[in-house]
Design a binder for this molecule. Structure first.
Ligand code: NDP
Ligand code: 2IT
Length: 449
């Protein structure tokens, strides 16, 4: 990554950090984008005149609200809810909801900021937003999850709309939660507007392939990066962190394309299974029974569970971080490269720390940053919106083909943009610039709003 930021951009960055104190992840995400933008300002002085960078760093609207709910024993709990509507220059606010105890404004803002450029890369008409709560769903009963979702939506509903803001899932929010959220939205508004959410169940307006989309898309992106290097996923040894939605469908597509995934994880530990991860078992444990990945080893005598283990110590050729932010640091990145890793595709958002990113770029391995590599999820959300708008539903094959095309296009545009701006092979620069330019041009066209 460029060691020196353009002086003008450095000043903007300092203003952003001063204005948003204590929001480390937001600062990190902003810095990473801003570091790429120097050459863009040279080509587009109108972006300087219109203060596009300053504007793009300030969310259009930030909503913070109280979420009171009662657990099964009758105890009252108070959580905090967020929706940060970051940018609507190219379309309605779009982005997921995260329920995790680590959530605070800085996390939601980093995710919303990333989402702006990611959504732009898809080529679809979607602006950027993110929301969520510091609610911890772990160990909660179905009824507790339902009551929490109902309380959360009781405030959030007034901010949503097919032409305003359309959330989806993220960590801790999947099909079950979206169902409860929509149930409450429908009850309050007396309108069957399933167009206000994506990632919906197939029975109530959802799209086939949305569940698989982020993982499948990330693997397509890696496939494309390897293709440029006259290589393929066939026979590659892979590790995939996490064991949630993105991890599961990353593993599925890697296996379909002839690779072998030998490790996955959760926040408690790592499972290593040299023969290849038994995905049917992971799905049963995680999607059906909602258990911990530790239980995997009880079903396979030749698998190892390492409590508190570091998945990046498992030698692999392809690494796909699919859990959370900053899960790969500089040391992990060096270990991956030393152990022969040739490609990293980020299913998670900002999973690699800045020093880790530098290691990958310096080593010139194929490194696909999250805002490009994991855009398949939100792109398929946009496909779901298209189907809802035309009251149509497409087949699995047709929708998957569209997802594949979108990911192939994102790869091509980030690759070409990196070349055009003098950083061949650097998908960080390619993604940041391609995403930014699309949003910036729209912002100029819409005037000072
Ligand atoms: P899930 O809730 O389905 O799964 C999350 C997985 O990551 C779990 O295995 C979880 O383990 C692990 N994890 C979460 N937080 C931490 C943490 N702080 N430390 C260690 N492990 C952690 O979420 P998703 O699969 O949907 O999301 C995974 C990543 O992908 C996130 O970064 C998300 O922003 C990103 N993403 C998701 C998209 C989607 O469509 N769902 C789209 C694009 C990106 P545990 O159970 O122990 O918490
Ligand atoms: O980070 C992401 O792109 C998501 N969680 C998906 C957002 C969406 O609106 O589908």
């Amino acid at each position: 990554m460029a060691a020196v930021m353009d002086e003008r951009i450095e000043t903007i960055y300092r203003q952003v950090t001063a204005r948003n104190p204590g929001e480390d992840e937001f600062h990190q995400a902003v810095r990473e984008v801003l570091e790429s933008l120097g050459p863009v300002l040279v080509k587009h002085p109108e972006f300087v005149d219109q203060k596009i960078i300053e504007r793009v760093c300030e969310p259009e609207r930030q909503i913070i609200f109280r979420v009171p709910w009662q657990d099964d024993r009758g105890e009252v709990h108070i959580n905090r809810g967020f929706r940060v509507e970051f940018n609507s220059a190219i379309g309605v606010y779009k982005g997921g909801l995260r329920f995790h105890p680590s959530v605070y404004l800085g996390i939601i803002k980093f995710l919303g900021f990333e989402q702006v450029f990611k959504n732009a890369l898809t080529g679809m008409p979607i602006g950027g937003a993110k929301g969520g709560s510091d609610f911890d769903p772990k160990g909660r009963s179905d009824n507790e999850i339902m009551r929490f979702c109902q309380s959360f939506m009781t405030e959030l509903y007034r901010h949503l709309g097919e032409y305003t803001d359309v959330p989806a899932g993220d960590i801790g929010v999947g099909g079950r939660e979206l169902g409860y959220l929509f149930g409450q939205y429908k009850r309050i508004t007396n309108r069957y507007e399933s167009t206000v959410l994506t990632g919906k169940g197939i029975a109530w307006g959802g799209s086939l392939v949305r569940t698989e989309a982020t993982g499948y898309g990330a693997v397509y992106f890696v496939r494309e990066m390897l293709k440029v290097r006259a290589d393929s996923l066939e026979g590659k040894t892979c590790v995939v962190s996490g064991s949630g939605n993105v991890a599961i469908y990353t593993i599925e597509k890697l296996h379909q394309l002839g690779a072998r995934v030998i490790a996955c994880s959760d926040s408690n530990g790592v499972v290593v299974h040299e023969k290849g991860i038994d995905l049917a078992l992971v799905k049963q444990l995680k999607e059906v029974e909602r258990r911990r990945i530790a239980e995997y080893a009880a079903h396979h005598k030749d698998a190892r569970y390492i409590p508190g283990g570091n998945i990046w110590e498992v030698p692999c050729q392809v690494a796909m971080p699919s859990a959370t932010q900053n899960e790969i640091n500089g040391k992990d990145a060096r270990m991956l490269v030393r152990n022969g890793c040739i490609a990293v595709g980020e299913g998670a958002n900002m999973p690699t720390t800045p020093d880790g990113v530098k290691v990958f770029l310096d080593a010139r391995i194929a490194y696909g940053p999250g805002k490009a590599a994991n855009a398949g999820g939100v792109a398929t959300s946009a496909l779901e919106m298209q189907q809802n708008a035309s009251r149509d539903s497409w087949s699995f094959e047709f929708t998957e083909r569209k997802l594949d095309e979108i990911m192939t296009n994102i790869h091509a545009s980030t690759y070409e943009t990196a070349e055009e701006f003098g950083a061949p092979g650097n998908y960080v620069v390619g993604a940041n610039i391609a995403g930014f330019i699309r949003v910036a041009k729209a912002m100029v066209a819409l005037g000072l709003v």
